[in-house]
Write a protein that binds this ligand. Structure first.
Ligand code: ATP
Length: 236
């Protein structure tokens, strides 16, 4: 098992946002987390990458506890996140944004290979590499956020709403790219409002409601579940 969350609790001030999450991810899987706004999906991802701290429970990577490790060291352990809302550095160029994603790497050859692979995944980023990130379209900024996350050579990629706000044609292409990234050997945790596409892509899924996991199953089983269909897939 690559990652395990055990009885994870997170609080913002006095308000508990996660009430004891249990979740596992095996090497090579795509695991999706579904849930309405405010269910705790982003909080779960942020706790895995060390941006919010657990108040109780454990996060294990390869069986080793990582819940006390600072965020910049989590990246060194091979976990990288493409955050919700893209959050690229708008006054830096595409290439400068990408290079920031490689801050944990020293080997220039590895950085160069990563960059080539990412430009291969997103040829648009290569075309725009000297352009300021703030002038990119929404879809291009999303590609850049994912590309930047990939620059650190992660084993585990956390994607928070990669298709949010994108035109339908770009949504399809982002999902195809996530599949390619997974085939390249990366394990992926995918948080998505587009539950149907996420379940079609994923091996397994977890459903969150107000800070709890209420259902966990194979993605195919979740897709066929009438309750999931009416709550998250807009009926059959
Ligand atoms: P969304 O899709 O809307 O981002 P989500 O499932 O990712 O939803 P979270 O963003 O994890 O949900 O939020 C879970 C709960 O924690 C919500 O009640 C939210 O208001 C609260 N919360 C999230 N971030 C903070 C914060 N920085 N300070 C205080 N409360 C927060």
């Amino acid at each position: 098992m690559l990652l395990e969350l055990r009885d994870l609790h997170v609080k913002y001030g006095n308000v508990e946002a996660l009430h004891g999450i249990n979740l596992t991810v095996d090497e090579g899987e795509i695991v999706t987390i579904l849930g309405a706004n405010g269910a705790g999906k982003s909080t779960t991802l942020n706790s895995i990458c060390g941006l919010v701290k657990a108040t109780q429970g454990e996060i294990l990577l390869d069986g080793q506890p990582i819940h006390s490790v600072p965020a910049h060291n989590i990246v060194k352990l091979g976990i990288s996140q493409s955050p919700e809302g893209r959050r690229v550095f708008s006054t830096l160029t595409v290439e400068e944004n990408m290079d920031l994603g490689a801050f944990t790497l020293k080997d220039k050859g590895v950085i160069e290979r990563n960059r080539e692979w990412i430009y291969d995944l997103f040829p648009r980023l290569l075309e725009r590499r000297t352009q300021l990130a703030g002038t990119l379209s929404g879809g291009e900024q999303q590609m850049l956020a994912i590309g930047r996350a990939l620059m650190s050579n992660p084993r585990l990629l956390l994607l928070d709403e990669p298709s949010l706000g994108l035109a339908p044609i770009l949504v399809k292409s982002i999902f195809e790219t996530i599949r390619k990234i997974n085939k390249h050997g990366l394990t992926v945790i995918l948080v998505e409002q587009n539950a149907r596409a996420a379940l079609k892509l994923a091996d397994r899924g977890y459903v969150m409601e107000v800070g709890n996991i209420v259902l966990a199953d194979d993605a195919k089983t979740l897709l066929a579940n009438p309750e999931i269909q009416s709550a998250y897939l807009g009926g059959k």
